[in-house]
Design a protein around this ligand. Structure first.
Ligand code: UD1
Ligand code: CA
Length: 464
């Protein structure tokens, strides 16, 4: 039985042109590190445990990717060939294809990797590379073919003759090698070139010189192979990937009003007939039902949102919103919150780690933290749950069908039972039993005729 496909991701380089403290692979595209995007693609293409070559600030990459990967250390960055070499200990004795990809091509999806492996197996070549025809090949290695049209090697720009520089077929640095030949060739690479580096590209000419075949997979959609070397290219990659994701959602029946200002992450599912208004960011692992209306200017991260939900001008993070919930404008729904069916959270309301039942109304200027609120309860404007005593957080439990008058201060721990009422402006420090009215403020006094008596006194005192 042959081994499963192996995969190596080269991510040890410093990424000097990023001008950043972070290693290049950790720069984010749609909220995910580039190297993780590649790792996911590899796994989807059938690589059980990709090998990541790390070097410059490699511990950060290891921390970000975690288990599920093998790590090979390249302490000194001596080139892509040397990087592949340090990974070779993990593929000793393999007899299967090995994918080798750079850690800076974030649009490279599993489909292309799968196609590459299929082409590799069909052609029985020893190496298969993804290439692309470009208008401007500047910066890329050029694919050099012999008189018979067979791939004879790859020449890096700095080592190329003017004639070679005019070649428009470029190397994407995405390869599929037969493991045994890769293992024999890597130790023989030389660094006699313009950069004094061991080039992985030289493995290709070495295979050709041995009389073996090198196949190519010409990728028409050039964007997929786009390499990111600086922040401008990172922004282009982000834009391109965003466009692809938005298009898929649109084709699935989601109405995206302005794709250029809609930011949807990779792990987001959205039902049909949902409308997404401009400047909406949907991130993390999020599921959204159908017939929702989200945005404008809204951020939703790692949420479960049922159908028929409206969120506008608001932020919702790690929360569950049941059917028909309305949030916003200007609401902040924080982690651990569950909003029951048809509940409404209005303007300038913050809700943290709280469970609100069905048809609860919290319409204005309120803070609800560490609370549970029963069905049909109305929370008046300006209500604050005082959940923190300076040391620990306390719980507020409010029953169903409760009416909390405006500007009430609910000092936790506190229980307010079903059907009770709290008078506006109360500071409530004791539990309220069911069906009771709680008053927590001074009673109003009215002094008839007091104002004119006072004014008269003041006038005579000041001789006016
Ligand atoms: C490389 C290819 C070039 C190709 C281009 C496509 C070589 C010599 N050249 O050039 O033919 O057209 O990609 O984008 O392979 N890395 C290491 N260790 C090192 C050096 C690099 O891990 O010692 C990693 C980098 O982190 C990066 C990847 O290898 O993820 C590619 O390196 P980079 O310097 O970006 O190569 P290019 O100049 O783009
Ligand atoms: Ca590159």
């Amino acid at each position: 039985m042959s081994h499963p496909i192996a995969g190596i991701i080269l991510a040890a380089g410093k990424g000097t042109r990023m001008k950043s403290e972070l290693p290049k692979g950790l720069h984010l595209v749609l909220g995910l590190p580039m190297v993780e995007l590649i790792g996911r693609a590899m796994k989807l293409a059938g690589v059980a445990k990709p090998i990541v070559v790390v070097g410059h600030r490699g511990e950060l990459i290891k921390e970000a990717l975690g288990d599920g990967y093998d790590y090979a250390w390249q302490r000194e960055q001596k080139g892509t060939g040397h990087a592949a070499m340090v990974a070779s200990e993990f593929i000793k004795g393999h007899d299967s294809p090995v994918l080798v990809v750079p850690g800076d091509t974030p649009l490279l999806g599993a489909e292309i990797l799968k196609e590459l492996v299929v082409r590799h197996r069909e052609t029985r070549a020893k190496c298969t590379l993804a290439t692309s025809l470009v208008e401007d090949p500047t910066g890329y290695g050029r694919v050099v073919r012999d008189g018979a049209g067979r791939v004879a090697g790859i020449v890096e720009e700095r080592d190329a003759t003017p004639e070679e520089r005019s070649i428009r077929e470029v190397n994407a640095a995405v390869y599929c090698f037969d493991a045994p030949i890769l293992l024999t060739i890597l130790p023989k690479l030389s660094n006699q070139n313009a950069q004094g580096e061991y080039y992985l590209t030289d493995a290709v000419s070495a295979i050709y010189r041995q009389g073996e075949d090198v196949a190519t997979l010409m990728v028409a959609d050039r964007e997929i192979l786009m390499g990111v070397n600086d922040h401008w290219q990172l922004a282009q990659a982000e834009k391109a990937l965003r466009g692809r994701i938005n298009r898929l959602h649109a084709l699935n029946g989601v109405s995206i009003v302005d794709p250029d200002s809609t930011f949807i992450g990779l792990d987001v599912r959205i039902g049909p007939d949902t409308v997404i208004e401009p400047n909406t960011h949907i991130q993390g692992e999020t599921s959204i039902g159908s017939k929702c209306h989200l945005g404008p200017s809204t951020k939703i991260k790692s949420c479960k949102i049922a159908s028929g939900v409206n969120v506008y001008f608001s932020q919702v993070v790690e929360a569950t919103l049941c059917e028909g919930v309305k949030v916003g404008p200007y609401a902040n729904i924080r982690p651990g919150t569950i909003l029951g069916k048809h509940t409404k959270v209005g303007n300038f309301v913050e809700v943290k780690k709280s469970t609100l039942g069905e048809s609860v109304s919290v319409s204005h200027l309120t803070y609800i933290g560490d609370a549970s609120i029963g069905d049909m309860t109305n929370i008046g404007a300006g209500t604050i749950t005082c959940n923190y005593d300076g040391f620990i957080k306390h719980q507020t439990t409010i029953g169903r069908d409760v009416f909390v008058g405006s500007n009430s201060t609910l000092v936790a721990p506190l229980t307010v039972e079903d059907g009770s009422m709290i008078a506006a402006g109360s500071v409530v420090t004791h539990n309220v039993p069911a069906d009771a009215l709680a008053f927590g403020r001074a009673r109003q006094e009215v002094k008839e005729g007091w104002v004119s008596r006072w004014r008269k006194k003041k006038r005579s005192e000041n001789q006016l």
